[in-house]
Design a protein around this ligand. Structure first.
Ligand SMILES: [Zn+2]
Ligand SMILES: [Zn+2]
Length: 431
């Protein structure tokens, strides 16, 4: 009786150890992970051009004993660590940065400029925190490689290119991510933001984020001399009216309380002050949580764009090109419930927050749609003192994609590593 009780207690403590990386384990990998963070932050690369970034990750993971394949779906990498029989579990990071000029004033701020796909020179910054995700993944990879006695199965690390253009997940899948490599039984990813203070993680069971649709609207008019508007049909005026009309979709057509965002992010028209151009182009991003709201909003945009052009007597119906879209990421509720336990053990019960869905989108949705139950969770990035100050004064800290986005790296990175390692060990117990 007593020996078997001791055995049970020993097993329980082994499981607890197995799931929660110790402070010593995180300390052991932190310096290297932070060094990688600084390097990646100062050398960001645009979507689908992450060659140096991918090579750095591949080299580190090979050094840890992972079997690494490069150039999957462009610059993507897949790193496998096989450790006996058991499930295959995926951990994914993005590789890409954004065309944003860093204005954080940090000593390690990016000064990189690069040519974008249109051939324009643009500043480049890891303004979405993907550098922190990569550093966290490599830290976690090291812990997992050094503690193979705590888990069994196959760990599959994925470095995905071109998340910001909602294309990298698709290109990796098309290049055999789940056919050339084992298809994961479950997947995990995280995203840092200033919505939570560093040290915390957030779980949104079910819908994690929004459906996203990118639209390019071209309004056709009739060009001419700026001094003779009566001889023209001015597409800039039509665009201006259209933009204002679009603001009534969320405020007047969608049921109050439902999530709907229509943002016109750019308008390109004209070359000179005294020329009325013959067309105007607008770029829109549309966000929603529910499928019926998504359909309603897209239909309303098409209707209003067409009607405003018609009202102005435009010579041609505007074109509405739906050029990028992604569905919302769905967090498997049973998986979210299961993984709350190791997350609480790793970062403290009071530091695991249940969150509402967030508006920014993610092409991780394509992995979920391939039949991979997943947990995509939030990682706190805000300096806790600034977070408390902002909350008290009712202001918002810089969001992802801001030139001022600057996570509190040390506590965020340590928490990311501890959380990922805990979750992977739980999933790789093979139960
Ligand atoms: Zn982003
Ligand atoms: Zn991002």
């Amino acid at each position: 009786m007593i020996p078997s009780l001791i055995l049970v207690l020993a097993l329980l403590s082994a499981v607890a150890y197995a799931q929660s990386p110790t402070a010593g384990e995180v300390d052991g990998v932190y310096r290297d992970a932070y060094g990688l963070y600084l390097d990646l932050h100062q050398n960001p690369e645009l979507s689908a051009h992450e060659t140096q970034t991918a090579a750095k990750l591949a080299a580190r993971l090979r050094g840890l004993g992972y079997d690494v394949t490069e150039h999957v779906g462009g610059t993507g990498i897949v790193a496998l660590l096989k450790n006996g029989a058991g499930p295959t579990i995926m951990l994914r990071t993005e590789l890409d940065a954004l065309p944003v000029e860093e204005k954080t004033g940090l000593a390690y701020a990016s000064k990189v400029r690069a040519k974008d796909d249109a051939g324009r020179e643009v500043p480049v910054m890891h303004a979405c925190g993907h550098d922190l995700h990569m550093a966290s993944l490599v830290g976690t990879a090291a812990i997992m490689a050094h503690s193979k006695q705590t888990w069994h199965g196959t760990l599959m690390l994925v470095g995905q290119p071109a998340e910001e253009t909602i294309s990298g997940a698709k290109t990796m899948i098309a290049d055999g991510l789940f056919t050339r490599f084992p298809k994961p039984d479950a997947g995990v990813a995280l995203h840092v933001s200033n919505l939570l203070p560093a040290g915390q993680v957030g779980i949104a069971p079910g819908t994690y984020n929004s459906n996203a649709d990118s639209l390019r609207v071209t309004i056709y008019g009739k060009g001419g001399h700026g001094a003779s508007p009566q001889t023209t049909i001015d597409p800039i005026v039509i665009a201006a009216r259209t933009i204002l009309a679009l603001q009534t979709i969320a405020s007047r057509e969608v049921k109050p309380g439902e999530m709907a965002v229509v943002t016109v992010g750019y308008i390109h028209a004209g070359t000179k002050n005294n020329i009325i151009p013959d067309e105007a182009e607008m770029g829109l991003t549309v966000r929603s949580y529910k499928l019926d709201v998504r359909k309603q909003v897209l239909a309303a945009i098409a209707r209003m764009v067409k009607a405003e052009a018609e009202a102005a007597g435009a010579p041609r119906e505007p074109s509405v090109e739906h050029y990028e879209s992604t569905d919302s990421v769905y967090n498997d509720p049973a998986l979210a419930q299961r993984l709350r336990v190791p997350l609480e053990a790793a970062v403290g019960q009071e530091h695991v927050i249940t969150m509402e869905p967030i508006a920014p989108s993610e092409d991780y949705a394509y992995f979920v749609e391939q039949g991979i139950p997943s947990l995509y969770f939030s990682l706190g990035g805000a300096d806790p003192a600034k977070f408390a100050e902002a909350r008290a004064s009712g202001t918002a800290l810089p969001s992802n994609h801001s030139p001022l986005f600057a996570p509190d790296v040390e506590p965020a990175l340590r928490t990311g590593i501890a959380a990922e390692a805990a979750v992977l060990r739980n999933l790789l117990q093979g139960t």
